[in-house]
Structure formats: structure tokens, C-alpha cells
Design a protein around this ligand. Structure first.
Ligand SMILES: Cc1ncc(COP(=O)(O)O)c(C=O)c1O
Length: 351
């Protein structure tokens, strides 16, 4: 069981508690594509039933693997499929087996859990002013043999330019690296997958659940240098991804119209949301480029505001228990204009 202090997105639990249908709760607490899963995915899932349930998953998934490799300039030996980006994070750490992992904080809360789960120590690098300054990130000074970085970062939304991050990585040749690119589909040009495919002890994680709005299906993928990818596959159980997930992933990746509509809508929706939030007194909007916005409340408690919004069927991500943040912060997913207006209006009534 995990609680709201660890993750957002507890839509079903909130609906039960408020005696509402899940469809009438608006979730700004998880960073999911507000367009919902592509129609092409729903059609593919429907078409795959009941056969997908009646046989073990086709884990070789040749068409999906080919598509992912083509899309990232990689080869099959680099690719590992898994039960979501989070599962692959745990797997990557077990495969790399580091002793001390440098971890910018605040961070996605599964990250320190995964490091500890692999028997390693999470060495915190607190983000001054909630910004990652690569010049100050010094694994050697902290006796770390690995680093776990996230780009764009969760929860700050900071996007590091690919070249700056690549320069930093190349300046640390012996270091094992896990780079979590769960939100990189919004900025594919800043991905380091292709540049790092052959770097030893390197894993880059990608998620399909956020950009394609389907977190109920657990499917993600990672690219690693061939030795690490092989070790990850060795450590995986026999059927790491279900057949419905494989079918959904392939249909999603083929749907290039959905991907470009998402990127176009995201640019406009994020700009509108940021401007509307910044225009309200008592709210500071932190700069970012992710499909969520981190805000600081200058005069109110985040927990109290989140509680009042929840009564109106609006979920936002509280940060009171989030190491490195605190009760003044809230994280809000970028949704479409109608949903934004509903939230903003409710916030105006509550602040
Ligand atoms: C940085 C980061 N990585 C990975 C994940 C998990 O992704 P998935 O749904 O593919 O397991 C999340 C989910 O919030 C995340 O924020």
C-alpha cells in the first residue's frame, strides 16, 4: 500500500472517499496526458481480446521492439521492456549494483526506495533553490559510484539541455548512470538515449504511461549498454510485461498523430496554465518545462488548500511530506483549458 504522502494519482481512492464516480473527479495530482489514452490503443485492446488473455504474453514482441529501436536509433541488444518505468528503475539498480548513488532531491519518491531496495545508499544532493546546477553535482566528492538523474526533473519540472548534461556525463567516465527520462516524450530533442547507448554502466528509462495517458497499464522501456541490458534481462522474471500492455504500447507508438497533437496541446496548455497561476497573488510559479507545474504558496498551507479542493472533486499533489519540499508547495498537472479554469476558480474561492 502507498499513501498520498508518497504518490499522487489516487483517483479511485478519492472517488470512494467522496462517494463520487471516478469520472467526476479531476486529477491534477498525477502527470498524465489529459487527452486520455489514444483511441487507437482502445481499439487495439478491444481487438486483442479475448486472445490476449488466453495465451502467455509474446515477450519477444518483435514488432514493438523494432519500433522502439527505430524510434531511438538503438539496437535490440540495448532495449529492455518492463512493467512500467518504475519497475525498470528497481531493475536497473539491481543490475548495476552500485554502493552509493548520488540523488538530487527532492525527487520522484520511488527513486530512493529503489536505491535502498538494491542494497545501496542514496546520497542526497539537495537542490539549492530547487534548481539542479550541474557544476555543483560532484559524485567523486561524495564517494559515489553512481548517479540517478531525472530529465525533465520531477517535481521541479526543470529540463536540462541535452548537451549540458552530456558534457557532465562525459566528465565522469567511471560513474554508473541511471537517467530517468519518464517525461522526455514532451521534449524528444533533449533525450540522451542515442548519445549514451554504448556508455558502460548506463541505463536510460522511458515511460509509456504518462504521455499516452494510460497508467492503469504498466509498460515502460529502457535502453542500456549491451552488458547492462543483458544483466537486466537476466534478472527479470519470465513475463515482465502482459500481452495487453504489449498490444497497447505498440498501438500507442504507431499513433504519431496522437503524439503530435499532444505536443501541440501541451505547449499551449502549459503556457496558459503557468501564466494564469503566475497572475494570482500569493502564488509563486517555479520555472519548468514538464507536464506539471510546481507552485509555492506564499500565504497558505498546501495541505489545507488541497483538502478544500478535494471536497470539490479536484485532486492536487500535496508536498508537505515530500523531502526537500514542504507544506508551502503544490504540484499541479497541466490539463486542458476547461479543467484549468475549474481548478483556478476553485483555488480563487479557497485561497
Ligand atoms: C520521474 C518518474 N519516473 C518514473 C515514473 C513511473 O513511470 P511509470 O508509470 O512508467 O512506472 C514516474 C511517475 O510518476 C516519474 O515521475
Amino acid at each position: 500500500m502507498f499513501s498520498e504522502t508518497i504518490h499522487g494519482g489516487r483517483l479511485h481512492a478519492a472517488a470512494r472517499e467522496l462517494s463520487l464516480e471516478p469520472g467526476s473527479v479531476l486529477d491534477f495530482s498525477a502527470n498524465l496526458n489529459p487527452m486520455g489514452p489514444p483511441a487507437s490503443v482502445l481499439a487495439a485492446l478491444g481487438g486483442a481480446l479475448p486472445g490476449a488473455l488466453a495465451a502467455y504474453p509474446d515477450v519477444e514482441a518483435p514488432a514493438l521492439r523494432r519500433q522502439l529501436c527505430l524510434g531511438h536509433g538503438a539496437q535490440d541488444r540495448h532495449l529492455v521492456l518492463g512493467n512500467g518505468g518504475a519497475a525498470l528503475l528497481f531493475l536497473a539498480l539491481r543490475a548495476l549494483a552500485p554502493a552509493r548513488v548520488l540523488l538530487p532531491e527532492p525527487c520522484f519518491r520511488e527513486q530512493p526506495r529503489a536505491i535502498r531496495g538494491a542494497g545501496a545508499e542514496a546520497v542526497s544532493h539537495p537542490l539549492a533553490d530547487l534548481r539542479l546546477d550541474l557544476a555543483a553535482l560532484a559524485p567523486e566528492q561524495r564517494r559515489c559510484d553512481a548517479a540517478l538523474l531525472t530529465n525533465p526533473h520531477n517535481p521541479t519540472g526543470q529540463l536540462l539541455p541535452a548537451q549540458a548534461l552530456l558534457d557532465w556525463v562525459q566528465a565522469h567516465p567511471g560513474l554508473a548512470l541511471i537517467l530517468d527520462e519518464a517525461f522526455m516524450d514532451y521534449h524528444p530533442e533533449e533525450s540522451l538515449v542515442q548519445a549514451l547507448l554504448e556508455r558502460p554502466k548506463t541505463v536510460i528509462l522511458r515511460s509509456l504511461t504518462k504521455f499516452y495517458g494510460m497508467p492503469g497499464l504498466r509498460v515502460g522501456y529502457g535502453f542500456a549498454d549491451p552488458a547492462t541490458a543483458g544483466r537486466m534481462r537476466e534478472l527479470q522474471e519470465a513475463w515482465p510485461v502482459g500481452q495487453l500492455e504489449l498490444v497497447a504500447a505498440q498501438a500507442a507508438l504507431e499513433d504519431t498523430a496522437y503524439a503530435s497533437a499532444t505536443r501541440t496541446a501541451f505547449q499551449a496548455d502549459a503556457a496558459r496554465f503557468r501564466a494564469a497561476l503566475a497572475g494570482r497573488s500569493g502564488i509563486q510559479v517555479l520555472p519548468g518545462a514538464a507536464p506539471f507545474v510546481l507552485i509555492r504558496l506564499l500565504r497558505s498551507s498546501g495541505t489545507a488548500l488541497a483538502g478544500r479542493l478535494r471536497q470539490r472533486g479536484l485532486l492536487v499533489r500535496m508536498c508537505a511530506q515530500w523531502p526537500g519540499l514542504g507544506d508551502a508547495y503544490l504540484r499541479l498537472a497541466v490539463r486542458g483549458p476547461g479543467d484549468q479554469d475549474r481548478l483556478l476558480e476553485a483555488m480563487d474561492g479557497c485561497l
